[in-house]
Design a protein around this ligand. Structure first.
Ligand code: SAH
Ligand code: ZN
Ligand code: ZN
Ligand code: ZN
Ligand code: ZN
Length: 498
């Protein structure tokens, strides 16, 4: 739904940004080691490398920036360390656990939650928050569903908290249980974690356990150190250090054949590469802890992400397959199951489990395709020519003999572009060629007209701010990231899809 046709994904504006990833010795911001990016500009040399915050795509949240070749003085390093220390949460996880213990001992009438500070308050602290709004009589049920108590950080590009609709969360949990898993590593899935925790405390024979890894430290108020780790999934950083990492490692150790699955629902803003690299590290932790042999060499995983990232995810995880199940959200205008019937959510489950084992609800219209050996959307027709159920978005796609593949129902074959696209697409855009010289046959990065000598110029502050702004705005040249930006705009404007 996000792409308009066969335009060259590599052609992004004047210049672009590429993620190089997490490198040894990278400087740190309050969110752990920064990621290395490369900035390329039209007609210029290879591009200059710089570090920026891994977690925050809004520079208002974290404005860390450093050229790779920049000399950082001892004084600045010391100041940075001090800054990083000062930008940690005011209470430690340990302290929050203690506070919680005291909080639950209070009578209902003394249980307050500050909505402004998003914090449980002890009576002695009421005074400090006297001009803030609070929620009174915080019940045990409310404490057990923090994802409903805390307001979702949806306006912040950084967190982009989109919470599962109850139906989708229940479906995921039933699926996990049905597949025989007893432990869930919940990466950025607080609502799934809380559903598991709630059931575990209510139902005696409910054996599933969950460990939540999330960057949202507010959750440390409600969970012990064995239930929650403050974690950054873009750089595999445990804020709680080795102890937290060890908690995770222990959790992944499969005792008495209790099978583990990782379920991740990251923000959709791109950086698939960074996410994949962290997930591989978590999978490696699982592999290392395992003493007995596996039948399955890869840790089972559900990666929940929009369908248009399929090729990106498969690039890093070739064993993954995309399921047709549409994941619905509560607080997302586009992906929620509206009153007036079903909106099509673009969010899917990517998994390394055998597709035929992922049973999708027939009552929601999914059916089993015997030829593909997987459950598909009701609208997804098996194409005889492709020999596959080809729809990605749930609508019935049509086969184009010229393109030799199935395409979206709204697309038509354009003889100019020699591929299928929306009827009103502009043909020039698709005239692919190098961004620098305009010739076909190579991309900007390998353009022979570029000199590859590196000119180390002294960067002024404005230039670095401009670059940072571009990275925060997500002006990267990968198509995935372009999709993500488009996606966000669409959400904002609530425009109709293709
Ligand atoms: N659908 C899920 C929530 C997904 S929203 C549910 O209902 O449980 C994305 C989640 O990822 C949020 O909980 C957010 O806090 C978390 N997150 C965002 N950036 C992160 C990062 N860099 N590292 C770890 N978690 C992150
Ligand atoms: Zn940061
Ligand atoms: Zn099929
Ligand atoms: Zn086809
Ligand atoms: Zn075509």
């Amino acid at each position: 739904m996000a792409d308009g046709g066969c335009g060259d994904a590599e052609r992004a504006g004047p210049g672009g940004l590429d993620l190089l990833g997490l490198v040894p010795g990278a400087p740190s911001c309050p969110h752990g080691p920064a990621l290395l990016f490369v900035k390329t500009s039209q007609g210029k040399e290879e591009g200059r490398r710089f570090y920026a915050c891994s977690a925050c795509r809004d520079r208002k949240d974290c404005d860390f920036f450093q050229w790779e070749d920049e000399k950082v003085s001892e004084t600045r390093l010391a100041a940075r360390e001090e800054y990083n220390r000062n930008h940690q949460p005011s209470f430690t996880h340990r302290q929050n656990v203690e506070r919680y213990k005291n909080f639950v001992l209070l009578p209902l009438s003394k249980r307050r939650f500050c909505q402004e500070c998003q914090q449980l308050l002890l009576p002695a602290e009421w005074e400090e928050h006297s001009d803030h709004q609070f929620l009174c009589d915080v019940s045990t049920a409310q404490l057990k569903t923090p994802s409903k108590l805390l307001h979702p950080l949806e306006n912040k590009k950084t967190n982009a908290q989109y919470l599962f609709a109850d139906r989708s969360c229940q479906f995921l949990l039933d699926l996990i249980i049905g597949l025989g898993f007893r432990r869930v590593l919940s990466v950025g899935t607080p609502r799934l974690h809380e559903m598991i925790q709630t059931k575990a405390s209510q139902e005696e024979d409910f054996r599933v356990r969950s460990l939540l890894l999330d960057i949202d430290f507010r959750y440390s108020q409600f969970y012990t150190e064995d239930e929650f780790c403050h974690y950054n999934m873009f750089n595999h950083y445990f804020f709680g250090g080795e102890a937290a990492c060890e908690t995770c490692r222990k959790f992944l150790y499969q005792d008495k054949g209790e099978r583990v699955i990782m379920v991740a629902d990251p923000p959709f803003g791109g950086l698939v590469e960074a996410l994949a690299s962290s997930f591989k590290k978590l999978m490696a932790m699982w592999t290392e802890t395992e003493k007995v042999g596996h039948n399955n060499p890869e840790m089972p995983m559900f990666w929940i992400f929009p369908y248009f990232f399929e090729s990106r995810i498969l690039e890093f995880f070739p064993s993954f397959r995309m399921m047709d199940y549409q994941v619905d959200y509560d607080n997302h205008a586009l992906y929620k199951h509206g009153k007036t019937g079903r909106r099509q959510s673009p969010v899917r489950i990517f998994t390394n489990l055998t597709p035929s084992m992922i049973v999708l609800p027939v009552e929601e219209g999914y059916r089993f395709c015997a030829l593909c050996q997987r459950y598909v959307s009701s609208g997804n027709q098996h194409c005889e020519i492709c020999n596959s159920c080809t729809s990605k978005d749930g609508r019935r796609w049509k086969h184009c003999v010229l393109c030799k593949k199935c395409v979206k129902p709204s697309w038509f074959h354009c003889n100019n572009c020699n591929c299928c696209a929306l009827q009103n697409h502009s043909c020039e855009k698709a005239a692919a060629g190098c961004f620098v010289c305009g010739k076909a046959g190579h991309k900007r990065t390998t353009c022979p007209s570029l000199s590859h000598t590196r000119t180390v110029c002294q960067a002024d502050k404005r230039q670095r701010q401009k670059t940072l702004k571009r990275v925060k705005m997500g002006i990267c040249k990968t198509s995935a990231i372009k999709h993500a930006i488009f996606f966000r705009k669409k959400v904002k404007n609530k425009k109709k899809k293709t």
